[in-house]
Design a protein around this ligand. Structure first.
Ligand SMILES: [Zn+2]
Length: 496
């Protein structure tokens, strides 16, 4: 854009842009509309990452009987000669968007925090899914082992699952409010979108891939057997972007790992705290590590391709186009998970971590944050134990995992003996290898007690390719533990 004359400092200048077109959405049948308007669909600044905040006024005219869910507050909703006209006004937002279809809606008003959570889905499947349904009903025998499959395919309406999305959305909002503090919003619409295999998050609005609403049998019929990482946690991941990417933006492509990684880590909290399933939590982190360590067809492991701060520049013809996706989501998640696990305290649990994240969200609400600003925030709240270099800095950790590509290997040798009073004495030797000489880490040690309980015994400090050995008397413990483990909760990203 070239202005008629140069602006003076501080001068305001309004630009009005009019444009039109008919390809904002594509009719996919059954009242479903695929959203084409999913990224730079309106005039905006040059920074297409989520760092520019502006307020948006939007007016939508849609046919009667259809529904729209958009970003911002709904300020009016009227009929105008066979059309429905809604007006939406927002506070500061990084982006603006909407979802459109013949939706049914249910909502939940919660008090803590004060939030309205809504869930939208369409009764009818799009044509593509409907044709699959006809095909399946013709080709599958109506009796015998395939009957269940046929019946399941006959019930593809997503409406009964509105409640599932509503419940997951509500619980996610409550959990993240507790861990991260208030988001910038008071409302969230969780909406079904026609695309089967990916979602998208907007301020106060998320698009959940349609296949989420189907069970695994139907997903199998649709060729969607991929069931790792994101797919298991799609709603908690997309809801987490209300905090990561929207309330707190990211300054450039170098900081995008925080948005995707923090959303992944938030979803792991959901598995642990809401589903209360430690096994799912552990297998989630194992899946994330597998994503980092598997080789693509170009022969690259994502973890070796480069640091997370390279962002989407990492994907190229040499490393493979998918490498960034397989790097910044799982490794970004691991980085925050490792911070949480280092801050965890036997007496106060996650309180240090929560204080850090509340401070981070409060400080950067409606602003774009950088990786260095996040580092400074963690340094502000770090525990004395994390100060491995004695200078109140976390360069050691950020150089290894954020700006570096380190991946240590750990080995634990141990013995259990009894001392003269009958108490257990734990002898341990922790070995760190495959790192450079400066690589430092706090490695948590766990015991599985005779009754099956797993307890955190403390953390070993190791620097370089070396071992530390110690004898630890476990005062008062008479029964031999079943076993000792390092990194039981995948606390440190390391070779399996
Ligand atoms: Zn995401």
């Amino acid at each position: 854009m070239i202005l008629p004359r140069a602006l003076s400092a501080g001068q305001k200048y309004a630009v009005t842009i009019a444009y039109g077109g008919k390809d904002a959405v594509v009719n996919t049948g059954g009242g479903n509309y695929y959203p084409i308007a999913r990224d730079d669909w309106y005039p905006n600044g040059p920074n297409l990452t989520l760092g520019d905040y502006a307020s948006f006024d939007m007016t939508f005219r849609i046919p009667k009987g259809m529904k729209i869910a958009a970003t911002g507050d709904l300020v009016s909703d009227q009929n105008d000669g066979g059309q429905n006209v809604t007006v939406w006004k927002s506070g500061p937002q990084a982006v603006a968007g909407f979802n459109f279809g013949r939706f049914k809606m249910q909502e939940n008003r919660i008090e803590k925090p004060d939030y309205l959570v809504q869930s939208y889905a369409n009764e009818e499947p799009p044509d593509e899914v409907r044709s699959l349904l006809n095909y399946a009903q013709h080709d599958l025998p109506t009796q015998g082992p395939h009957e269940a499959e046929s019946v399941a395919l006959g019930n593809m309406s997503t409406v009964p699952l509105i409640k599932k999305a509503l419940a997951e959305g509500t619980l996610s909002v409550q959990l993240y409010n507790e861990y991260f503090g208030p988001s910038a919003y008071k409302r969230l619409a969780i909406t079904q979108q026609t695309a089967c295999n990916y979602g998208q998050a907007w301020p106060e609005l998320v698009w959940i891939p349609m296949c989420y609403f189907y069970d695994t049998t139907i997903r199998h019929q649709l060729g969607m057997d991929y069931d790792r990482g994101y797919w298991k946690i799609v709603t908690p991941h997309e809801v987490a972007h209300q905090w990561w990417g929207h309330t707190v933006g990211f300054s450039s492509y170098r900081d995008q790992w925080m948005s995707e990684g923090f959303a992944e880590m938030s979803a792991s909290l959901y598995l642990q705290m809401v589903e209360k399933n430690p096994q799912k939590f552990i297998s989630f982190w194992n899946d994330e590590r597998d994503l980092l360590l598997e080789r693509d067809k170009e022969g690259w492991r994502a973890i070796d391709a480069g640091p997370v701060t390279m962002g989407y520049r990492m994907s190229n013809s040499r490393t493979g186009e998918g490498v960034t996706r397989r790097l910044i989501y799982p490794k970004g998640g691991y980085i925050l998970h490792m911070v949480r696990m280092m801050m965890w305290d036997r007496r106060t649990g996650d309180e240090n971590f929560k204080a850090t994240m509340h401070d981070f969200v409060k400080t950067y609400t409606n602003q774009a944050a950088t990786t260095e600003q996040f580092k400074a925030m963690v340094e502000k709240h770090m525990t004395p134990e994390m100060d491995l270099t004695g200078n109140h800095k976390l360069d050691w950790f950020f150089d290894e995992y954020v700006y570096g590509t380190g991946l240590p290997t750990y080995k634990l040798d141990y013995t259990f003996e009894k001392d003269s009073s009958g108490d257990v004495v734990f002898g341990l030797k922790v070995t760190q290898s495959n790192v450079d000489d400066k690589f430092r880490m706090l490695i948590p040690i766990y015991l599985e007690l005779a009754d099956g309980h797993v307890v955190n015994l403390g953390r070993a400090r190791v620097a370089g390719n070396t071992s530390v050995e110690q004898k630890v008397p476990l005062k008062g413990l008479k029964e031999m533990p079943k076993r000792a483990m390092l990194n039981y909760f995948d606390d440190v990203l390391a070779s399996p």
